[in-house]
Write a protein that binds this ligand. Structure first.
Ligand code: HEC
Length: 163
């Protein structure tokens, strides 16, 4: 009987630890600052690759609708994902001993930064929607529009070099 209680206690401890880990992860606390930086940089590289994929499709003059839609949907999914707080947790900017280009303005002007994140989500969703219609001229125009959002956010919030 006593053994049973011990087992039950251990199970409760394990369950509680699991719950704490899960909720910490939901809040982005399970990541170290270095992991958060590496993770968002990896995602931005994927985003860059999808934009390059679209650029190559359009430059050829004969874009394959299926490929264009695939890249556009990838961008839409990243556009939704980058709204999460886990992309830019506190203490993951320049000058904190990390290899990052994230300017401190991300945290000192959060409303401005969030406006660009929201624009990314909105314009990438619009891109995926228009790609699906198969109208490549309109899709290319929307791709250009999204590209401007990338550039404007980088101008204000991404440093030229990592430090
Ligand atoms: C809301 C602002 C914002 C938007 C919008 C944005 N970026 Fe960025 N991007 C950043 C920041 C900040 C960094 C630096 C991240 C770091 O080094 O920690 C970055 C880094 C990058 C990198 C470098 C990743 C590396 O290897 O370190 C690429 C490539 C990139 N972005 C591409 C894009 C493209 C393409 C778009 C548009 C489809 C885009 N970004 C939209 C803010 C943004």
């Amino acid at each position: 009987m006593q053994m049973k209680w011990i087992e039950m206690g251990a199970a409760l401890v394990v369950a509680a630890a699991g719950f704490a880990a899960a909720s910490a992860q939901a809040q982005g606390e399970a990541q170290t600052p270095q992991q958060a930086v590496a993770s968002r940089q990896g995602s931005y590289r994927e985003i860059g690759a999808a934009m390059k994929g679209l650029s190559d499709q359009f430059r050829g003059g004969n874009p394959a609708s299926m490929m264009v839609t695939r890249y556009a949907e990838q961008l839409r999914d990243y556009g939704a994902d980058q709204l999460r707080q886990t992309w830019f947790p506190a203490h993951t900017g320049l000058g904190q001993g990390l290899q990052t280009q994230a300017k401190p303005e991300i945290w000192s002007k959060p409303a401005d930064f969030d406006a660009y994140r929201t624009a990314f989500a909105r314009e990438s969703a619009a891109l995926a929607a228009v790609a699906k219609t198969g109208n490549m001229a309109q899709t290319q125009a929307q791709y250009m529009k999204l590209g401007k959002v990338c550039a404007s956010c980088h101008e204000g919030f991404r440093a030229k070099d990592k430090s």
